[in-house]
Design a protein around this ligand. Sequence first.
Ligand code: MRU
Length: 352
Amino acid sequence: MTDHIQYDDAAKALKLLDQRLLPCTEETFVCRTTEDIVYALQTMVVRGAPAIGVTAAYGCHLAALEILAETGGEGDWKTKLLEKLEIIAEARPTAVNLRWAVVRAKDAWDARGDVSLPDLAAAWLELARTIQQDDIESCMAIGRFGGVLFNDGDTIMTHCNAGALATAGYGTALGVIRGAIDQGKHVQVIANETRPFLQGARLTAYELHKDNIPVTIACDNACALLMKKGMVQGVVVGADRITANGDAVNKIGTYGVAVLAKQHGIPFYVAAPLSTIDRDTPTGDDVPIEDRTPREVTHVGDVQICPTDVPVYNFAFDPTPNELITAIVTERGVLRAPYTESINKAFDEAGL
Ligand code: MRU
C-alpha cells in the first residue's frame, strides 16, 4: 500500500487516506493549505512517525505555494514562510520525523542561497517526493534485516500501527513481518488493540488482513496472559523517536509490553529508520510526550463511555528503556547494545 499519501500536482493538493475512518470507510482527505496539513496531523487523519514526516515535507511545498499566492514572491515572503514552517514542525511534539522533514526543507533552502519562491516551491516538491520514495526503500531494507530475526511458525506481537499506513509504504515493524514472509516464513501476528485510538485493532488488522497476513486482535490487557501461555515468540514495534542512548519512545503501552516480554524471556525488537533516531536528545525521559484530548478516552466514536467531568490521562507515548530492547532494526542493519556506539556507527556509515 503506497497510495494513502498522494500528491496531485494538477490540483496542487495532498490527498490522504483518512485513517480516522478506517477500517469501515475509505475516504480521501484533501490538504491544500498549511492549515489543512496541521489539522490532518493533529487529528490523525495521517499518523505514524515516517508518514508524518512525508506529510510535513509536502506541507512545506504547500506553504510555499500559499505564500506565493499571498505575496507574489515579493516583500517579506521569507519571514512569512518561516512562520508557516514552524507551525508545521510544531503540529505534534513527539515524533522526531516531523521536525526532521522541516529541517531538511530548510537545509535545502539554505543550500540554494538566494532562490526565488517559485523555484523553492518546485525544489520542495521534489524533496517531498524523494523523502517519500526513500522511506519506502528504507522500510523494505528494514524488512530484509528484520525478517531474519524470526523463525518459521512464529507468532509475533505488535503494538499500535507501524505499517504501510504509518510510513510511505511497507512499514517498519510490519515491514519486518512482511520481510519474514518474503523470506518464506509462515508467521502470524497478534495486534494489540492499542487504546484509545485503536491503531492496532483498526489499522494494523486492516492492512494485514488486506494482504492476507494472518492477524488476531487482542485487548491490550491480554498481553501478559498471551505471553505466559507461550503464544508469543517475539515482539516488534515501531518508534516515534529513538534517543542517543537507544531508548525508544513509541505509542502508549509499548513500555508495558517490553517489561512483560523481558519477564517472559521474549525478544523485543524496535524497527525504525535512521530519520527516527534523534542523537540530540540524550534519553527517552527527555522526549516531550504528547498529551491528547480526553475525548479519545471518554468516547468511542460519538458514544460516551465514561462519567462526565471525571479527569482523564491521555498520554499518547511512553519511553521504553534501552535495556529492555533486544535490538533496533534500521535500514542500515540490526543495531545492538551498547546503543550509543552502534547508533553512532550506523550514522557514520550512512555519512550522516
Ligand atoms: O499517535 P500515532 O498513531 O502517530 O503513533 C504512532 C506510533 O506510535 C507508531 O508506532 C510509530 O510512529 C512508528 S510508525 C512506523
